[in-house]
Design a protein around this ligand. Structure first.
Ligand code: 5CA
Ligand code: ZN
Length: 421
């Protein structure tokens, strides 16, 4: 799929002797901060949208977290290979299309387009590979048929299920290793998040659907697994393996995807490739509104496009999101934009005060601020600390002598300010 335009990311000079560190990132599987160390290239997969309702601030916060990770990698000198999917065929999208009497394809295309515009406005780096499920039906059908041949999948009527037990016996993967959840919680979450633990005839109630046979009124395609359409988790396994290969650097998404989606995507990928899917499993917290998780199904949404239509500067939306640590669950309040606006103004005014002559001490302070921003972001993407460091610097009313600070704020935080000179 076509991507959105990439923002410019200026290079930020590094004073001699400053170490280039890889970021530390919290890994859901090990429950620890680990080095997100790329091989030569940082390979990142982040689960994309199901395009049935426009980008809300929860989506934006999650994509911004992984945007920040990429900016930190790039600043450390790594090239990034970033892949993202679009779940453009799935139950909730088809249900919404049916309810509203809109063609599902038209609904998906319209929402994908809106998402692209929102991401571009927020200066989120686009993926190198932006892949819709409907573009890889053939490959998913083939992967399903391979798993059937290897005895790690089975048919139930026209549908095909992943055999968790068989995969655990044959592949380097264990159910629960990523999420750390007990079985009762897994069963509850499976039922809540698209699974069908109560369906009769499954070998294990948690076995997820790999391929769904044709149903009246639903789109379907011919494939090596038969006529039908892909299940959910397999799309991300196949797209990630196709574009990033196995054992890539980081798999990301919101924490609502830890189970079953990421746990089972990792299982499918291990069953297909014989290797773990990724090294680090990283998850962003949930953004709430009106006291509940912001979600399309509840309808308590604040849309990026809605805020933009009301005239919000996308930089203030970005700053309001960056004010929260990506891993915490937090609630959006409408006042957040006002606070972000004040912050942006303070930063802009600090940047606009130019020194008449080069002041060695001010130059040192600028370098020290950039070092603080880098250190905060390297430490599990601690954007709130980075923002506070800039606030403190701006509050001292310095006169700017280099363009280091605005460059760093643009490159690392994605906020272009007026340049210093
Ligand atoms: N298409 C699937 C992933 S393959 C999906 O979950 N789509 S989504 O549109 O529902 O969500 C897109 C991304 O936004 C996911 O990473 C999800 O975890 C994240 N997300 C959804 N709601 C929130 C929220 N309230 N706060 C933070 N992130 C959220
Ligand atoms: Zn996914």
């Amino acid at each position: 799929m076509r991507v959105w335009n990439a923002p410019e990311v200026p290079a930020v000079p590094r004073p001699d002797g400053t170490a280039v560190d890889v970021p530390l990132l919290y890994d859901t599987a090990s429950g620890q901060l680990v080095e997100a160390r790329p091989d030569d290239v940082a390979r990142l997969y982040v689960c994309g949208i199901t395009p049935y309702d426009a980008t809300h601030l929860g989506h934006a916060a999650t994509y911004l977290a992984f945007d920040t990770l990429q900016r930190v990698w790039r600043d450390a000198g790594y090239r990034v290979h970033y892949a993202q999917n679009i779940t453009d065929v799935d139950d909730p999208l088809l249900e919404r299309a049916a309810q509203t009497g809109v063609d599902w394809r038209a609904l998906a295309d319209e929402q994908i387009d809106l998402f692209r515009r929102d991401m571009e406005a927020l200066r989120i780096l686009p993926p190198d590979d932006y892949v819709a499920v409907t573009e890889v039906i053939e490959q998913i059908g083939r992967a399903t048929s391979i798993l059937l041949d290897r005895g790690m999948a089975y048919r139930l009527g026209d549908d095909v299920y992943f055999d968790i037990q068989a995969a655990q016996d044959a592949a380097p993967w264990v159910l629960g290793e990523e999420s750390g959840l007990d079985r009762a919680t897994m069963l509850a979450l499976s039922a809540e998040r698209g699974g069908d633990p109560d369906r009769a005839g499954k070998r294990d109630p948690l076995d997820p659907l790999l391929w769904r046979g044709p149903r009246p009124g639903e789109p379907s395609w011919p494939s090596e697994a038969g006529e039908g359409r892909p299940g959910w988790h397999i799309e991300c396994s196949v797209i990630a393996l196709m574009h990033l290969g196995r054992d890539f650097t980081v798999q990301g998404g919101g924490s609502d995807l830890v189970f079953p989606h990421h746990e089972l995507s990792a299982g499918h990928a291990a069953a297909l490739s014989g290797h773990p899917l990724a090294r680090v499993y990283s998850h962003a917290g949930m953004v709430a509104y009106d006291g509940k998780k912001m979600s399309k199904s509840l309808g308590n949404l604040v849309l990026v496009s809605g805020l933009r239509e009301q005239g919000a500067d996308p930089r203030t939306i970005r700053l309001a999101l960056l004010a929260h640590h990506y891993r915490s669950d937090w609630e959006w309040f409408d006042s957040a934009l006002d606070e972000a606006r004040l912050r942006l103004t303070a930063w802009q005014s600090a940047i606009s005060r130019r020194a008449d002559e080069v002041d060695a001490e001010a130059a040192l302070e600028e370098a020290a601020l950039v070092a603080r921003i880098r250190a905060a972001l390297r430490n599990d993407l601690d954007t709130p600390s980075a923002l506070r460091a800039v606030d403190q610097w701006a509050a001292t009313r310095p006169a700017v002598v280099t363009d280091l600070v605005p460059r760093a704020i643009d490159a690392l935080l994605g906020i272009p300010l007026a340049t210093a000179r």
